[in-house]
Design a protein around this ligand. Structure first.
Ligand code: 7TS
Length: 415
């Protein structure tokens, strides 16, 4: 049953064994690097353990009992994923290794068949490298062009630039992150998709940061492709999801050739398997796909609306508290309603790696660096930022501990 009201964070924390960990500094762990990967509840760890202990087998191939059990569990995750994002059917859900591979799948399979000389692909300045490099490779190979929607000083996309790109009439694909992993910006994907569909242009949504943190409905949004990673939403590493609208997937050539993606192979030709198996060549990451189901169950039990509400609450508090630190610059939208639970900042001229090292001495795990978003770093005119990112088990007390440690760093560096 879905719960109501504020999250019972105290209870949630008990489900995550790692949160009890004492670090080498002697301090308890304060984990604020959730945009990189989240921690895993016991239910996920147990599901993986149970698979290897009791029904380890390859899937889709044999008729013996273990194979049937493993196949059923693997396919049950696909059903849960389809329901979680409200896909029309499980045919539209392809398992990959991560968001990066999901986007590359689209670039290779769809892109090679649909992008030609002089065509344009539109992305934005806030993208993660995973949503930049595949398009650079494709456009360079095809003699096509990569165009950017800029970001303003408050972290919002410059929609007038988007309009101009669309008006230029050569755009064949738009690929945009729904939530920035640096600024936290939640982008206006509904408008972006509507504007591009009016011109018959498909849209890929990078949901690596959005799907774990807010309700995402592919039918409502009407995106053509959606990519995200299990490991950023309580699930194991090594599992990514690519949603593709059925009518597009049906016409896509395959990505990786080999076992499992075929129906019949002859000396010089192959009949490919049904959707979505045509896009899942080779033995997949069975154990972790099975583990991912437990993560989806866990999130469903809380309810994604409540996950989002918790993060708005803690982000509002963090923006306020971090904003009060002397010498601080916070990047991204000032309004917590317009962003996810990610706060990037710099303090004076303290290098983010130095800051992260001092935080580590306090048991606080934050991220420092370019966050795989160097195009955005150039736009912000910084080499790096520090970043605190939150999830369902984080508390305001942990934000307070961060502030205490930041103040100490500031004193150390005489800012
Ligand atoms: N897209 C976005 C918006 C991301 O934030 C990330 C990972 C990816 C794509 C790639 O996901 P992967 O699972 O394929 O690696 N972001 C981060 C981060 O912010 N820190 O570490 C990874």
């Amino acid at each position: 049953m879905m719960q109501k009201g504020l999250l019972n964070v105290k209870k949630i924390r008990k489900d995550f064994p790692i949160l009890k960990r004492q670090l080498d500094s002697g301090k308890p762990l304060i984990y604020l690097d959730n945009a990189a990967t989240t921690q895993k509840p016991l239910a996920v760890i147990n599901a993986i353990h149970d698979y290897y202990m009791n029904y380890n087998s390859n899937i889709h191939r044999a008729v013996h009992q273990l194979a049937e059990e493993a196949t059923a569990a693997y396919e049950s995750t696909r059903q849960k994923v389809a329901k979680f994002i409200n896909a029309r059917s499980t045919d539209e859900i392809v398992f990959t290794r991560n968001t990066t591979e999901a986007i590359n799948l689209v670039a290779y399979a769809w892109g090679r068949a649909n992008i030609g000389k002089g065509d344009k692909i539109v992305i934005t300045e806030i993208e993660h490298h995973s949503n930049i490099v595949p398009w650079q490779i494709l456009t360079q190979e095809k003699g096509a062009k990569l165009e950017y929607i800029g970001v303003d000083d408050s972290g919002y996309l410059k929609m007038d630039q988007y309009q101009k790109h669309l008006d230029s009439k050569k755009v064949k694909l738009v690929s945009v992150s729904q939530m920035s992993n640096v600024l936290g910006t939640i982008t206006p994907v509904n408008d972006i998709i509507k504007m591009s569909h009016e011109r018959g242009i498909p849209v890929l949504i990078d949901g690596a940061q959005s799907v774990p943190h807010m309700p995402v409905d592919v039918q409502k949004m009407d995106c053509d492709f959606l990519a995200f990673s299990a490991h950023k939403m309580l699930g194991p590493t090594g599992v990514g999801i690519l949603y593709v609208k059925r009518e597009i997937l049906e016409n896509m050539p395959p990505f990786i050739g080999g076992g499992d993606m075929i129906k019949e192979v002859h000396k010089y030709e192959t009949r490919y398997n049904d959707l979505p198996y045509k896009f899942e060549g080779g033995t997949p990451n069975i154990a972790d796909v099975i583990g991912f189901a437990a993560a989806i169950d866990y999130l469903n039990n809380i309810g994604m609306d409540r996950v989002r509400d918790h993060e708005i609450d803690i982000t509002r508090y963090a923006l306020d508290r971090i904003g009060g630190v002397k010498g601080v610059t916070i990047y991204g939208p000032p309004n917590p309603m317009d962003r996810g639970g990610v706060v990037s900042f710099n303090i004076g001229d303290i290098h983010p790696h130095d800051l992260a090292t001092i935080m580590n001495d306090h048991g606080i795990a934050i991220r420092s660096g370019h966050h795989c978003a160097q195009v955005l770093m150039e736009r912000l005119d910084v080499a790096a930022t520090s970043r605190a990112s939150f999830y369902i088990y984080n508390t305001k007390e942990e934000v307070d501990a961060l502030i205490g440690a930041l103040d100490e760093a500031r004193r150390l560096f005489k800012i």
